[in-house]
Design a protein around this ligand. Structure first.
Ligand SMILES: CCCCCCCC/C=C\CCCCCCCCCC(=O)SCCNC(=O)CCNC(=O)[C@H](O)C(C)(C)COP(=O)(O)OP(=O)(O)OC[C@H]1O[C@@H](n2cnc3c(N)ncnc32)[C@H](O)[C@@H]1OP(=O)(O)O
Ligand SMILES: Cc1cc2nc3c(=O)[nH]c(=O)nc-3n(C[C@H](O)[C@H](O)[C@H](O)COP(=O)(O)OP(=O)(O)OC[C@H]3O[C@@H](n4cnc5c(N)ncnc54)[C@H](O)[C@@H]3O)c2cc1C
Length: 663
């Protein structure tokens, strides 16, 4: 039956205005309109159909993405889309493509690390796609350890050129998106050598392919690194390998904002810190945090809608069975993920502001907030991608057996998403960066009052002594009580690590030995910031019937869920008593009952189209079973009753004559 809304009753239970919540989720009325327009543009364009993707082979997958990307670029030009609109268009097309690297890394690297002159020359070429670039940092032998990269860029004073060379197999560039078959240029990260001296790793603009016939330029070997996890998701992308055999580039193609090499071969450091060479990674990590909330919102939307349709057990007298969404176990696994999607959304909005601020400061050579922004982007990247990857897998399990079908949309989403835990800074390596910041901050407390996200550590001496005052489950609804619990736990963990570090012969030895504890302290610190950002968001004016109240419930769910999950930390650091932890859990159960009537409306607020979700379980109308059946029938194995290979391989077995002694 087309046109029936199987989730209508659920929608009628909503205690808040969904349309206003959509705006709160999008960030502003303008942002909502852009997203909505781009989502519909993609959903209504047959070129962007994606149902057939799981059936395509590697070459077809890749070509299909090239076709979609070309169509998208045509739309960008024909419709005069802004950069913001074009970004959303790419997002809703929902297929990793070389343009992700072009816009998220190549252009930002040129803009952030190039001189004014370099920007003037290269940025317009990239922005009009006259050149297509990638970010070639990782090598076969090194990814996390950027200073360990082996590719060399040797200055040749005679010709005023750099010679880019891959001296070993492990120095082969390995992973860059779009490198294998598409990109014409790359920012290649290499060790600078002048007169036999090493001057650290720098970025160089290297042309890879002819702009005439697209063939690799002399001395450059390019290829694909092979199929990746999952089928139809990241295999649309040609992650590549590149080897350089003494390839020459002009001197002015070294990105020279941080340091310069003169014609005479003199290495000149400007007054900007060398970490600015890592600025592109800070920019992308910030984007990745925002993508986490989108990916998680997509998974929870599917699992919540399906959980309202799916019924198991509980039927009396032939009446309807229980919706699985009504089971407390289902709620306790699902609702914290719905709350996390909102928490990450608000955290990423805040991070964007922080990043915009640091970008403006860097332009006028103010580097004072860079360490804090680096710690926040690295830490948030780790926290949100790990929770989102786990959350998508949990949503698959929440959908029972059907969640394992490609048509549920969840396996492909997981396969697409999970590398976010590794790329752009492996998650544990990123937490250890936060740990460096924390250790410095705590060690400096006697001399310097911490500010910004670390300001609470300025009260560390108080926080390590004070105990939680909560006496009833109701008390756990007080944002001051919640925030203090998170701050006290994080401060105690950080201070505890620093005290133990002092017992080692050297800080390096202590840091290595205590790295697991330091990573946990870093996670606790990042959770303070995410929880406090959610609380601060609620202190702002939030219009719309019941919107603020619904968000308050989610904020409490997010915080108390984390408290429950990490209660070992809260108890071990001595801030909470077991009784107080148990009261928090009682409150959490009550909160789940408050989320329940709003569950479907909350996931409707993400405004995801059926095209974007690409899930029969998460359909807006809840018409799951007929569509699941229909999708199954479309499988190529259902083209005929007797499949290829049956006559050849199965019938001979069925027809064999065995002697009874062999049975
Ligand atoms: C279903 C399909 C849907 C499809 C949808 C499509 C739409 C998608 C849209 C957008 C997607 C965007 C994503 C695009 C794809 C991404 C592809 C991924 C690309 C990559 O992975 S590129 C490679 C990334 N590589 C890394 O991240 C490497 C990680 N390693 C490092 O960053 C560093 O090596 C290190 C930080 C670990 C160590 O640095 P190092 O200098 O060796 O050593 P330290 O001594 O630790 O640091 C010194 C000092 O510097 C500080 N510091 C380090 N990093 C930074 C920084 N970035 N900024 C500022 N400061 C930094 C550090 O804290 C130290 O400071 P201190 O001395 O303590 O004061
Ligand atoms: C889908 C995808 C796309 C990518 N795209 C690009 C791209 O476009 N351009 C590009 O340059 N790169 C790209 N990469 C590479 C990516 O950035 C690296 O894989 C990533 O930075 C991790 O580095 P690694 O592979 O060297 O991991 P490793 O560092 O080797 O990690 C292996 C293990 O060692 C641990 N480890 C490493 N160092 C430490 C330490 N100091 N202390 C404790 N534990 C440690 C890690 O936690 C991890 O468990 C991509 C990767 C993927 C998966």
């Amino acid at each position: 039956m087309e046109g029936v809304d199987y989730l209508r009753d659920e929608r009628s239970k909503a205690q808040f205005d969904v349309e206003t919540m959509k705006v709160a989720w999008a960030g502003s009325p303008e942002a909502f309109l852009v997203c909505d327009r781009m989502a519909k543009l993609v959903a209504n364009d047959p070129v962007f159909e994606k149902f057939s993707k799981p059936m395509l082979g590697r070459k077809e997958l890749f070509k299909n993405t090239l076709r979609k990307t070309a169509h998208a670029w045509k739309l960008v030009n024909d419709l005069h889309l802004t950069e913001e609109e074009a970004k959303w268009l790419r997002h809703y097309i929902d297929e990793p493509s070389y343009t992700d690297l072009q816009w998220e890394m190549f252009v930002p690297a040129l803009e952030g690390q190039g001189t004014e002159e370099q920007k003037k020359k290269w940025v317009p070429l990239a922005k009009t796609m006259q050149i297509i670039g990638t970010y070639a940092q990782t090598e076969l032998g090194h990814g996390s350890n950027v200073q360990g990269l082996e590719t060399t860029a040797t200055f040749d004073r005679q010709s005023d050129e750099f010679v880019i060379h891959s001296p070993t197999l492990t120095s082969s560039k390995w992973w860059p998106g779009g490198l294998a078959k598409v990109t014409t240029h790359a920012i290649v990260y290499a060790r600078l050598i002048i007169d036999g001296h090493f001057y650290g790793v720098h970025g160089f603009i290297v042309q890879l392919r002819s702009l005439e016939d697209h063939s690799p330029l002399p001395g450059i070997t390019l290829g694909d690194i092979g199929m990746k996890f999952g089928h139809g998701t990241y295999n649309t992308m040609d992650n590549g390998v590149a080897r350089f055999d003494r390839v020459r580039i002009p001197r002015d193609q070294m990105l020279m904002r941080v340091s310069q090499v003169t014609k005479e071969g003199k290495y000149m450091k400007s007054n900007v810190p060398r970490q600015l060479g890592y600025a592109t990674m800070v920019s992308v990590r910030q984007t990745i945090v925002s993508d986490a909330s989108k990916a998680l919102s997509r998974a929870v939307c599917i699992a919540t809608r399906y959980s309202a349709i799916r019924r198991q057990f509980g039927s009396r007298d032939g009446g309807p069975e229980t919706q699985v969404l009504d089971y407390k176990t289902q709620q306790s696994r699902l609702f914290p993920l719905v709350a996390s999607a909102f928490a990450f959304r608000f955290a990423s909005d805040w991070l964007k502001l922080l990043y915009t601020d640091v970008k403006q400061r860097l332009e006028v050579n103010d580097f004072s907030t860079l360490p804090e922004v680096h710690a926040c982007t690295a830490g948030f990247k780790s926290l949100t991608t790990a929770a989102t990857a786990e959350g998508i897998e949990e949503c698959r399990k929440l959908c029972g057996g059907h969640g394992y079908l490609i048509s549920s949309g969840l396996p492909e989403l997981f396969a697409f998403y999970v590398p976010a835990c590794t790329y752009e800074g492996e998650n544990v390596v990123m937490l250890l960066q936060v740990a460096r910041f924390l250790v410095k901050t705590v060690s400096d407390l006697g001399n310097k009052q911490p500010v910004g996200t670390a300001a609470y550590l300025g009260r560390a001496s108080l926080l390590v002594q004070k105990n939680c005052v909560v006496q009833t489950a109701e008390d756990w609804l007080n944002p001051i009580a919640i925030l203090e619990a998170f701050e006290a736990r994080a401060a105690r963990m950080a201070v505890g690590c620093c005290q133990r570090l002092a017992e080692f012969k050297s800080p390096e030895e202590g840091f290595a030995e205590l790295s697991s504890d330091l990573a946990e302290a870093s996670l606790a610190h990042c959770q303070v910031i995410v929880v406090s950002t959610f609380i601060r968001r609620l202190q702002q004016d939030i219009p719309g019937r019941g919107v603020k109240q619904a968000l308050e419930v989610l904020c409490n769910v997010y915080a108390l869920f984390l408290l429950h999950k990490h209660q070992g930390d809260f108890l071990a650091t001595g801030y909470l008593t077991p009784k107080q932890a148990s009261l928090a859990n009682d409150q959490l159960r009550t909160l789940y009952s408050k989320v329940r009537p709003n569950a479907i409306a909350l996931v409707d607020s993400f405004n995801h189209t059926d095209h974007y979700l690409s899930s029969v379980l998460g359909r807006y109308d809840g018409n799951v079973y007929p569509k699941l059946y229909e999708a199954a029938l479309k499988d190529p194995l259902n083209d005929s009753d007797i499949a290829d290979g049956i006559h050849q391989y199965v019938q001979p077995i069925l027809k064999q004559k065995l002697h009874s002694s062999k049975l």
